[in-house]
Design a protein around this ligand. Structure first.
Ligand SMILES: [Zn+2]
Ligand SMILES: [Zn+2]
Length: 377
């Protein structure tokens, strides 16, 4: 792993090159724009993936300028999402390396590009999976921006939030309420919006039986949202030890799959209207289809890559369905942040400085983190 460059390359007015120590340099030339001499290129720290499957590298890069229609955000916090592994392993079409991951960004607008009229410097914002869209393709023409065929995803199509600064299209920004701390807001930009937006569009109404499979990064938010949206909330996890936590998060009931058959338990309760599948385990998801009631839906947000094993008969007889849900737009993120403030939903997080990205990532990937790792640049 490459360490931070401790010194910065600076060009003085006479054109010669000298090296300056980083601390006073950053203080004077990055945080105080009045002293920002135009010939100086300030740097930022980023954590990049140099090539598919490689370890993170901590490097310095020039702070990027926002182009037309873009906004630059000073990152205050960035959550680590399981989907970042698509970038780390190179398992996403069209990736260009090196790439800075991160699509759970909370920060402050630092500069706006030409033609941006709806955002100002100093505004607090979030950036999530919907980083921008083309406004021209068929889904965009129908207003379905998150399904844009040219969707911009921070950390995938352009550099994301494992960095001190990020440049992003203006349409991918979400306003952030004052009452939300950046480290709490960051996970709401993917784990939060994905569970909230899926549940609020699921067709379930107050009192319906909604089960949440998995008590991890997505699941611990899904349980809270299900409860706050008024559903009869059942948490499903492995092991007795998760029961207290599930109930603290708002679950009316906890089902331990180690000691009971969750599908049968759900049927005893009348069958689930919705099973929100957050754990990225295709087998665990498949096992719950028989727990769905008449017209019930297995609503999948956990990005597993193994095939589901379900027979057509399991779906036909009770008119069941299986549906995937891809987060939402930046405006949906705004709703998520507002609802979280209104209802008291917050992620449980562990914070790490950017320099500890490898450790933070490892805790996320091995399922040790409780429940979202958040980088603080
Ligand atoms: Zn994500
Ligand atoms: Zn489009």
């Amino acid at each position: 792993m490459q360490l931070y460059h401790t010194r910065h390359r600076v060009q003085n007015a006479g054109g010669s090159i000298f090296w300056s120590a980083s601390s006073w340099y950053r203080k004077y030339f990055v945080t105080s724009r009045r002293l920002w001499h135009p010939t100086i290129m300030p740097d930022m720290k980023v954590a990049q993936v140099p090539r598919p499957g490689a370890d993170f590298e901590l490097v310095t890069r020039p702070i990027p300028e926002p182009g037309p229609g873009q906004v630059r955000v000073r990152v205050e916090a960035c959550g680590i999402c399981h989907s970042d592994d698509f970038v780390k392993q190179g398992h996403w079409p069209g990736l260009i390396f090196p790439r800075v991951p991160g699509h759970e960004i909370a920060g402050v607008i630092d500069a706006v590009g030409e033609g941006v009229s709806t955002w100002k410097t100093g505004q607090r914002v979030g950036i999530g999976w919907h980083g921008g869209n083309c406004f021209k393709c068929d889904p965009c023409r129908r207003g379905d921006f998150v399904n844009c065929v040219n969707l911009k995803i921070p950390g995938f199509t352009h550099d994301g939030g494992y960095a001190e600064y990020v440049v992003n299209p203006a349409e991918g920004l979400a306003r952030m309420p004052d009452d939300l701390q950046p480290a709490d807001a960051a996970p709401l930009m993917c784990a939060g919006i994905t569970t909230y937006n899926a549940l609020r569009h699921s067709g379930a109404v107050g009192g319906d039986l909604v089960a949440v499979l998995g008590i991890g990064g997505l699941g611990h938010l899904g349980i809270q949202f299900a409860r706050q949206l008024g559903f009869h909330t059942v948490a499903i996890g492995r092991g007795k030890d998760k029961e207290d936590l599930a109930r603290q998060l708002g679950a009316h009931r906890y089902i331990d799959t180690d000691s009971s058959n969750a599908a049968q338990e759900l049927q005893r309760m009348g069958g689930a209207r919705i099973v929100l599948a957050t754990a990225p385990s295709s087998k665990a998801m498949s096992d719950l289809v028989d727990g769905l009631g008449v017209g019930g839906t297995l609503l999948i947000v956990g990005a597993a890559t193994e095939p589901l094993t379900v027979t057509p008969v399991q779906l036909i007889l009770s008119r069941r369905s299986i549906l995937g849900w891809p987060s939402g737009t930046s405006r949906d993120s705004e709703d998520t942040l507002a609802f979280s403030v209104q209802s008291g939903v917050r992620p449980m997080i562990e914070t790490f400085p950017l320099a500890q990205v490898a450790e933070a990532y490892d805790r996320m990937f091995t399922g040790k983190v409780r429940f979202r790792a958040v980088l603080i640049p």
